[in-house]
Ligand binder design. Structure first.
Ligand code: P6P
Length: 342
């Protein structure tokens, strides 16, 4: 009964609608269409072990990564749901080389939002039944309404986002999102298909003891990151740090939002500019984290202030509890200083 008493996401969106300046309800409808797609993908992800939808389809995406069947399926579901609702004028996806231009039924280009997404992040975990997620980022177009969407509409700095969120397909399906007025989390009741407000006003603690990094790449990390990891591991009077790494960005960042912690994906020899994509992974996670009181950097600059130059560009990414991120930045700055003095 308690569940039914909770506010549903639909009610929450309507209630908060007046929060958006120049809101004509389109952003609310856009969020609702993302929710619909999330329910469809959630159903398939939760059935993946039972139906033949696991495994690669033999194609690779623009990143050169094997496309798992669920990757392709999720991408199609989100694109079709958005295209059929006449709300966005363009979509960019990790799974598509270029952005998709969307015309309205009137053949016009009068919709005013663009969506960037990673339709199924962490897909390398699909076949081992570990949580995966969808990440989305929403901007108002900057090119003239009525003309076809252009690349500049997608290459906006993260500070321009009007909304961002992720869907976590885990032990339960959750959506966590922000429109610049704080962060709220909703959990799906699959029996009735409604999302209920389960995590109101999420806050990321300033200090915590969990660091999340793939230490298998340690020898290739920048010196400042190596120094920070050693700092976390050295004997201290208070409880030592804990290492937790799921290998799924949405899951690792979600845990850090709930319990505090820092997620690190530095540049490595295989990924000299970092592995994670700025536009549809780092910017949305940074927006959410900052709105919850945390911070996100590429090691020297605020993620949300980076000016994108390419749709699929990558960046080193450090995100989570503000004081942990600041400590890491200190180690990187000290290593930079030693390097310049050599
Ligand atoms: P690695 C998944 O492929 C992903 O993009 C993120 O979800 C995850 O945090 C990271 O890559 C894992 O990368 O190199 O540690 O396997």
């Amino acid at each position: 009964m308690k569940n039914i008493a909770r506010k549903t996401l639909d009610e929450f969106i309507i209630e908060r609608q007046e929060d958006f300046k120049y809101s004509t309800g389109e952003l609310s409808r856009l969020l609702n269409s993302i929710l619909l797609a999330a329910r469809v993908v959630s159903y398939k992800v939760n059935k993946a072990g039972l139906v033949d939808i696991l495994g690669a389809v033999g194609t690779t995406n623009v990143q050169g990564e094997d496309q798992k069947k669920l990757d392709v399926y999720a991408n199609d579901v989100f694109i079709q749901t958005l295209v059929n609702r006449e709300i966005v004028c363009g979509i960019a996806s990790e799974e598509n080389d270029n952005f998709i231009t969307i015309q309205g039924l009137d053949e016009g280009h009068n919709n005013k939002y663009v969506v960037l997404m990673d339709p199924l992040d962490g897909s390398s975990n699909i076949e081992v039944n570990v949580s995966v997620g969808t990440i989305f980022s929403i901007y108002r177009r900057i090119s003239p309404i009525g003309s076809p969407v252009t690349m500049e509409d997608f290459l906006q700095p993260g500070v321009n986002q009007v909304a961002a969120g992720y869907i976590l397909y885990g032990t339960s399906t959750m959506i966590v999102y922000t429109t610049g007025r704080g962060v709220n989390g909703f959990t799906l009741n699959p029996a009735i298909g409604s999302f209920y407000l389960s995590h109101p006003d999420m806050r990321c603690s300033k200090n915590a003891k969990t660091y999340s990094i793939n230490e298998g790449n340690y020898v290739h990390f920048p010196q400042g990151v190596k120094d920070y990891i050693k700092y976390c591991q050295e004997e201290k009077d208070e409880r030592p740090y804990t290492a937790r790494y799921i290998g799924s960005l949405v899951s690792d960042c979600h845990r850090n939002l709930i319990t505090g912690g820092i997620y690190l994906y530095p540049s490595t020899h295989k990924a000299p500019k970092g592995k994670l994509r700025l536009l549809y992974e780092c910017n949305p996670m940074a927006f959410i984290t900052e709105q919850a009181g945390g911070s996100a950097t590429d090691g020297r600059n605020r993620i949300l202030e980076l000016q994108p130059t390419e749709l699929h560009q990558r960046t080193p990414f450090y995100c989570g509890s503000a004081n942990m991120v600041e400590k890491l930045k200190d180690f990187i700055a000290q290593a930079d200083e030693k390097e310049t003095k050599k």
